[in-house]
Ligand binder design. Structure first.
Ligand code: AMP
Ligand code: GLY
Length: 426
């Protein structure tokens, strides 16, 4: 069998987890990560090219004769990396720029959902500050103001008062604190209920739903403090019934993918809707056009089927011909972050204990913001590591992960001690 040279674009825990899974495939040859992190060097070679430097990535892929590229982060997808690679005749997996607009433009996503009758919060889109101000002045509270573009998870403000809403609108539309990403805003109705993440592989013809996952976005325990990229995940979510999964599959995933087809904008890759389970049923908070981070760190622990087989089937539009198996039991991933994250934080703190943590066969520690500096592993980002574990029950997986968390040390290590608690309580 010809082994494939694979390039994974990105540098987070998600990229380490996908690399870890790809490496287990008998089809996997040499692995490269651009730019990768201090953990991905154990799986392959880190290449010092930014995830958004598409011309340099194309040069590298041609020079190294890479067989398959996986573009995992949102930015290169929004920039059209898939279109540009394909124009050069290079094999890449992910959505086109037009399809990735489901994530990169919330205004576009809301218009799409409205046109195709997908369940989502009532909304209005604005580019003019005075029109937006007038609207929120006559709208019940709370109200949600969202920058339309990619804003590193900081573009959504839940406003309890009119002044807060006007301030959020002013920041985005007048002061332009999000740049172009905030030049259009979506103002929407406030919804309540538990939040979950749905993921599906799509080859544009058929799809395959993952088990549901739950992220924990706030930095503090009991969902307090500012939003982060995600502080921990569990999968599957025990309180999500089969009936609810079916409803999500039909009303959200299948409807969205068929809406994309009707629009002539076929979606290939991972469709990841963020959902709120309201009293009126599941509602779509946002679409992502990629694997979630840190959802993927839990998912890769549960996925049984060879990931390269799935991706090849997607690229050949034969997804329906392959059976995707998920392991029984549960997985979780606890994020260890730098002190101060998601605000300012220091880098370069020495990390120890990863080997000890990984001695339990049910534990895998995924790297995110780490790098090797003079032969030492040091912190290099806000989210530093993800300690993942599997177990027959969610309680077991969590207990195993937290035991491993205690073995890992770096100055300022912060993490939530309540990952999975909400999922168990409901
Ligand atoms: P988003 O990036 O659109 O998923 O929003 C980020 C977070 O803001 C979500 O995970 C929710 O916790 C919250 N959020 C977004 N939209 C709403 C809404 N309409 N009602 C209540 N909370 C929301
Ligand atoms: N975990 C949320 C995200 O990847 O957007």
């Amino acid at each position: 069998m010809n082994k494939l040279k694979v390039l994974i674009i990105g540098s987070g825990g998600r990229e380490h987890a996908v690399g870890w899974k790809v490496k287990q495939s008998p089809k996997a040859g040499e692995l490269f990560f651009a730019p990768g992190n201090g953990g991905t060097v154990e799986l392959g070679t880190n290449v010092d090219i930014k995830a958004t430097d598409i011309p340099a990535l194309i040069d590298f892929v041609k020079r190294e004769k890479i067989d398959l590229t996986l573009a995992l982060p949102d930015d290169p997808l929004a920039l059209g990396i898939v279109d540009e690679f394909r124009r050069e005749g290079l094999k890449i997996w992910g959505p086109t720029k037009a399809a990735a607009r489901l994530e990169s433009s919330k205004a576009h996503a809301k218009d799409f959902m409205q046109r195709h009758n997908l369940p989502t919060a009532k909304f209005k889109t604005f580019t003019d500050f005075n029109e937006a101000k007038n609207y929120v002045e006559n709208h019940p509270l709370p109200i949600v103001v969202k920058a339309s573009g990619l804003a590193l998870g900081k573009g959504v403000v839940i406003c309890e008062t009119k002044d807060e809403a006007i301030f959020a609108l002013e920041n985005a539309l007048v002061k332009k604190v999000f740049g172009e990403a905030g030049a259009t805003v979506v103002v929407e109705e406030f919804l309540t209920g538990p939040e979950i993440s749905a993921h599906a592989f799509s080859d544009g013809v058929s799809y395959s739903l993952f088990p549901p996952a739950q992220d924990h976005k706030r930095v503090g325990e009991n969902d307090t403090g500012p939003n982060t990229g995600g502080m921990g995940t569990v999968a599957p979510v025990p309180f999500v019934s089969r009936d609810l999964i079916k409803k999500i599959e039909d009303e959200v995933v299948a409807s969205a993918l068929s809406g994309m087809k009707k629009d002539g904008n076929i979606f290939e890759g991972i469709l990841f809707p963020g959902l709120m389970l309201t009293a009126d049923g599941p509602k779509i908070l946002e679409f992502n056009a990629r694997f979630g981070d840190p959802e993927t760190q839990s998912y890769m622990r549960l996925l049984e089927t060879d990931l390269i087989d799935i991706i090849e089937a997607c690229l050949e539009k034969k997804l329906s011909q392959i059976e995707i198996k998920w392991k029984k039991g549960f997985a979780c991933n606890i994020v260890l972050a730098s002190a101060g994250y998601p605000g300012e934080y220091e880098k370069g703190k020495k990390i120890s204990g990863i080997k000890e943590a990984g001695e339990n066969p049910n534990v895998v520690v995924f790297h995110a913001g780490t790098k090797i500096d003079n032969n030492n592993l040091v912190t290099n980002g806000g989210r530093v590591l993800g300690v993942s574990a599997v177990g027959n029950t969610l309680e077991e997986a969590l207990a195993t992960a937290y035991e491993a968390v205690d073995k890992v040390h770096f100055e300022g290590k912060q993490y939530r001690r309540d990952i999975g608690k909400k999922a168990l309580r409901l």
